[in-house]
Design a protein around this ligand. Structure first.
Ligand code: NAI
Length: 328
């Protein structure tokens, strides 16, 4: 039996993500939580002929507790999205508090759940989540993930557009670092199958992957950021976690984790000099089975990108940790 909970389920990401989870045969129980409209979203989804039982809760009457009790996987897309001209960091003020409160609920009601943080800025909200879980003595780094799958999905799609490959799913590009602008480091030199793209085109491609989110923000013209592609990516990651926990082997997804606390992560943390960082993670029954280190064989240009990313990440991480330590 798998219970999945979505916090922020009525939003632009939350609704299509909940739809995909409801349609999945891997989910038996789906609990939806939001400050508005979650009972309506749940009622709508409950008419779909798939196995999952769906319930929707608001904050009143112990809604968060009822959503989270017994949850195996908690996906968090709660919080405000970007408008044109905003960076993900601009969202910090509001979303930091939202994530803190929701993670406090996770710590109390389902401390063993796998936690998938989508709320931006992921570079800072995941460190906040870690600090809150630590304060409740329930932090298991192998169970806390910042979802960076959309960067990986974009990398495959944009590379395929350049190479002419029809099915972008056959292209795998490791994307490391963080999840915003130049903290996103696509490692085109390690793509599988290997790419033969001229160097001048590589720079443009890297830039498009790093700032792909801006294309959507601009096109939506004030109505938000990526929601449907993010729901696809968030579902892919949630499904990968559920499958790996169920015993499926060999599932690897890049995601943003607390390196010193996960198998294989310590050595990578020493290389990058920061604790939170996205690398390809092999998933297993307990979450992270192994963090893999692709940095040993990257090219000179990628080393430069990495340096810039680490600098940005350092300050994003510090900001999250400071916020969580300062707040009651
Ligand atoms: P949205 O505004 O459409 O939906 C957010 C939902 O969160 C709303 O339904 C709102 O009522 C709910 N909410 C607000 N406070 C809450 C609380 N305290 N408890 C529970 N629910 C609460 O926003 P959208 O487009 O769905 O984006 C959500 C977040 O995901 C944003 O922070 C956005 O930046 C981020 N995002 C992350 C991506 C990633 O790759 N990790 C990609 C795209 C967006």
């Amino acid at each position: 039996m798998v219970k999945a909970a979505v916090l922020g389920a009525s939003g632009g990401i939350g609704q299509p993500l909940s739809l995909l989870l409801k349609a999945s045969p891997l989910v038996d129980d789906l609990a939806l939580y939001d400050v508005v409209n979650s009972p309506g979203v749940a009622a709508d989804l409950s008419h779909i002929s798939s196995p999952a039982k769906v319930t929707g809760y608001l904050p009143k009457e112990d809604g968060l507790k009822n959503t989270l009790e017994g949850a195996d996987v908690v996906v968090i897309p709660a919080g405000i999205p970007r408008k044109p001209g905003m960076t993900r960091d601009d969202l910090f003020k509001i979303n930091a508090g939202i994530v803190r409160d929701l993670i406090t609920g996770v710590a109390k009601y389902c401390p063993k759940a796998f936690i998938l943080v989508i709320s931006n800025p992921v570079n800072s909200t995941v460190p906040i989540a870690a600090e809150i879980l630590k304060a409740h003595n329930v932090f298991d780094p192998s169970r806390l993930f910042g979802v960076t799958t959309l960067d990986v999905v974009r990398a495959s799609t944009f590379v395929a557009e350049v190479t002419g490959e029809k099915d972008s799913r056959s292209i795998v590009v490791p994307v490391v670092g963080g999840h915003s602008g130049d903290t996103i480091v696509p490692l085109l030199s390690l793509a599988r199958p290997p790419l033969s793209i001229p160097t001048d085109k590589c720079d443009g491609l890297v830039n498009r992957i790093q700032f792909g989110g801006d294309e959507v923000v601009k096109a939506k013209d004030g109505a938000g950021s990526a929601t449907l592609s993010m729901a696809f990516a968030g579902f892919r990651f949630a499904e990968s976690v559920i499958k790996a926990v169920g015993g499926e082997k060999g599932i690897v997804e890049p995601c943003y984790v607390y390196l010193p606390g996960v198998p294989g992560g310590d050595e990578i943390a020493k290389v990058v000099g920061i604790d939170f960082f996205a690398v390809p993670i092999e998933l297993g029954p307990n979450g992270v089975a192994k963090a893999t280190n692709p940095l040993g064989s990257i090219n000179e240009r990628e080393k430069e990108l990495l340096e810039v990313a680490i600098k940005g990440l350092k300050s994003n991480i510090d900001k999250g940790v400071e916020f969580a330590s300062a707040e009651p």
